[in-house]
Design a protein around this ligand. Sequence first.
Ligand SMILES: [Zn+2]
Ligand SMILES: [Zn+2]
Ligand SMILES: [Zn+2]
Ligand SMILES: [Zn+2]
Ligand SMILES: [Zn+2]
Ligand SMILES: [Zn+2]
Length: 360
Amino acid sequence: MTYTLIRQYLLIQLIIIPMTLSLCNQKFCDYCSKKLKGQYIIHKNNNYHNICYDKHIQIYCDQCGLKIEGSYNSSKGNQYHKLCYQKYIQKRCAECGDLISGIYNIDNGKEYHEICYTNFILPKCDVCSLPVDDIYIKDYWKNFYHEYHINTMPNCDNCSRLISKALTGGGYSVNSQRYICNICKPDVIIKDIDVQPNLMEVLIILNSVGIKNIPSKIPITLIDSRDELIRLSGNKSGNIQGYTNYVATTVSGKIIKQEYHIYVLSNLHRIIFNAVLAHELLHVYLFQNQLTDLASDIREGFCNLGSNLIYEHYNTELSKYRILNMNESQDPDYGLGYRRMKKLLDREGWKRLLSRLYKM
Ligand SMILES: [Zn+2]
Ligand SMILES: [Zn+2]
Ligand SMILES: [Zn+2]
Ligand SMILES: [Zn+2]
Ligand SMILES: [Zn+2]
Ligand SMILES: [Zn+2]
């Protein structure tokens, strides 16, 4: 009896244990929590219905739309196949086309490797050919260079170009004080023999606007040193390029003789030389007509009209550059005075301006 009981107990035990085992084996979908039947998917130790997995767990490439298995790239909340990411999403250098990782440069909305940007995109210095990424100068002649070159290279006395192998093919110095570039060199006036034909040319141009009765036999001397010219003129203007010495001989208050001597800086470009000459010849004109009491801004402003006339006559880039300088000059006489007289000239014309001088 006792034996039977034990057997029955065992039997019950044997029946109950497999049932609980089968109850414990029942798996549930980790997405929808419903029972899993048949095939299901195990992902990161979780179980899912196939359909739950495909719809909610499986990630898809935001570029090509296909499933992503294994490792992937994510960017701005999107996921991509590694290849899709490299091909379509990752930054590429606009210069070399290769992928960019790490530091890069943006210019005009385009992205570049730092090295590509420096070597190919940054503008190059016209003087030293190195990339320019800091302060630069763009001159009137469209040369572009590092600002620091102006501390080591002189400017041409005529055109202001930085005298260097690259910009001007070099140049030369006059008295180690003034420098002339090799672009201006073929046109500079250094020989006395070149003076007379240019004087004639300037007299003709002045004559064409009604400035007559200027003596054509005025001695003209070329002076190498600006300091010497400043000394001769007694003028303090550092930019002086010409000077007219005037001596009037009077007998009992009446002028019986007027003598002139014009000094012009040597090595001036022919156009500038002629402009300086025209300025000095207008001084002669004023002396000839006894217009000696004009205020300095009217006097120098008027004489600069002669320079402007010459520059407009030749109308070269150098002429335009020099006119620009005159238009930007803040000198009370050569800049402001000139512009006031130029306004008057533009309004009245030469003939009326010349007669108005007597009332100024
Ligand atoms: Zn499910
Ligand atoms: Zn993809
Ligand atoms: Zn690159
Ligand atoms: Zn440079
Ligand atoms: Zn020059
Ligand atoms: Zn003057």
